[in-house]
Write a new protein. Sequence first.
Length: 665
Amino acid sequence: MSMYSESMKLTFALLLLFMGCLISLASGPAGIDVSLPGELLAGTSWFNHGDVPSLHNVIVTYLLLPRTLMALWCGTALGAAGVLIQSATRNSFASPATLGINAGALLAIITGTIALPEFTDHFPVAVAFTGAVITSLVVFKLASAISHSPVNLVLVGMAVTLSVGAVSAGLLMFWENRLDGLYIWGAGNLAQFDFQAVNSSWWLVAGLIAASLPLARRLDLIELGNDQAGSLGVNVRQTIMLSLLLALLLSATVVSQVGMISFIGLVAPHIARGLGYKATWSRLLAASLIGALLLLSADILARWVPLLLSEGHYSVPAGAMTTAIGAPFMIFLLTRRQTVNNLTQLPKETGIRALFRVSPLKLLFIMLALLLCSVWLSLGGGLNANDFDLRWPRVAAAAFAGCALGVSGLVLQSLMRNPLASPDVSGLTTTGVLFVVVAAVLFPGLDRMEMVLFSMAGSGFALLLLLSLSRMTGFQPQMFALAGLCLSALASTLVNIALVLGSNQSSEVLLWLSGSTYAISKGLVFFLAAVVLMVAPLLLLLWRKLDILQLGTQWPTILGIRINPVLIALLLLVALLSSVSVATVGGISFVGLMAPHICRVLGLSSHRHLIVATAMVGAILLVLGDALSRNLMTPFELPAGLVVSSVGGVYFILLLLTGKYVQRR
């Protein structure tokens, strides 16, 4: 790339950035016309010559200007962090958002605000950095425990993000009074009221980017391979550690000031590379500039959306807008054949190592006994008739929803040959939640049966989209899982936007959104039971095909199985089970992930036994989770989904750390 073309691109980018700053300063309640530069300059106190500040003056100087500067610095930091992480890991899908770094930093800020408020208030970057380090260590450890595939690194990172996000949501809900305002802030809110945050962060961001430039040459050599870089005198381990450390500091600085800003660190490096910046140092600077422009544009759009929807008194977080833009971009990357080939160049399937070898029939009888005991305990034992009549619909709903989620997770893991697949991770349940939330905001007073229809429509839409993407990528299971994670992140973000714009109805939706059996009707329980009792036997009839399909694509073809029709039929049944469970009990995570794992750890391998076992284990998990949520903090009741997600996250981490995963080559 010639110096002339580089300077032209740089000049054009700076021009766009300058125009973005003008539009940002004009996009506020002051009603300033960007076509009048004199009026814009007159709005700042620097050109007021000591006169008494007007409302116009105050809004521009203390609201719009610091917000614009904060968007520039945060976008710059995230763009640079994305380049450092992608170069160090040699993974084009790695970023602070997809590796759980931002989620860990946010959880640390929330926890610090509860436990050490004064320390967190004075040293927010240190607290956020601690959370980012812990989460990144967990993600890299778990990913290496499974395999060194770049896809698995991102899958683990986004799965851990779901678990950490559930814990953060639980803390925000329980300590609502103490954490007032952190819900919107945590979604990435760039609103500023003075220059304090800008003054405390710009020098740190600039210093960290300057410290990253000397590593650029070594990162270029590492992209050739660790062995080649080592033979050329590069200390590979030290370079990777320093690069990741600087990236974590940049990400922690952003999270500590404005909350979670997702996907800027993923999109900006790709755009920089697409513009021809191949060397790390030039890509680092270009991505920093592009990141600033992207975040500034997203913040402007976040301020325009409520006005376009006639909801000007509400504010959409900029972080939600970046996810709404970045997740489709990531899905677009998955449709590119070159990207798919690069990500799947190290195909390693993973499974679960069995701990016990017990007779399947004995194990099924034990599980049935445990299920009956858990139902009895959840019902409260010797309840009187009135209490029993109030409680049995909740217990039955939890049991049948657990069955649906457990079986759905089993089928997805078998089809994708990936133990990280589940309805929530694959985007089926989250898209169903999105459709229900949007319907509840647009049509207040939605009953549960209507929620079932919207949830089924959402899951069906997600399945259709994922199947279309899978067709573009050759029906590769890992690509299906990664696209599902992107769809899940996008749906979760759109849910937050819908709740912000429809805050009058959001309070009644939040409890259901977190996963709860509260106030469920008997009619809906009967509907859920009918669907589960209809679909589960159909899946049981297909147990032989599931046994063969999990062996790969070669054996089913040899045995005469038409893979694509069977795959579509199984996914349709999974979508039906997932959507009905969502409409009944809301967003429940990790049941579909844990139930198949537990059954495989206990030694079951054939789907003839696995389908029945995962149905019972899923029911046990959700019934006990619902009982625990009702009794853990009496007289207060926690959402069952948050309890199950928190336990599921701990289980997920312990299972991987204890080495129960095994690789098949």
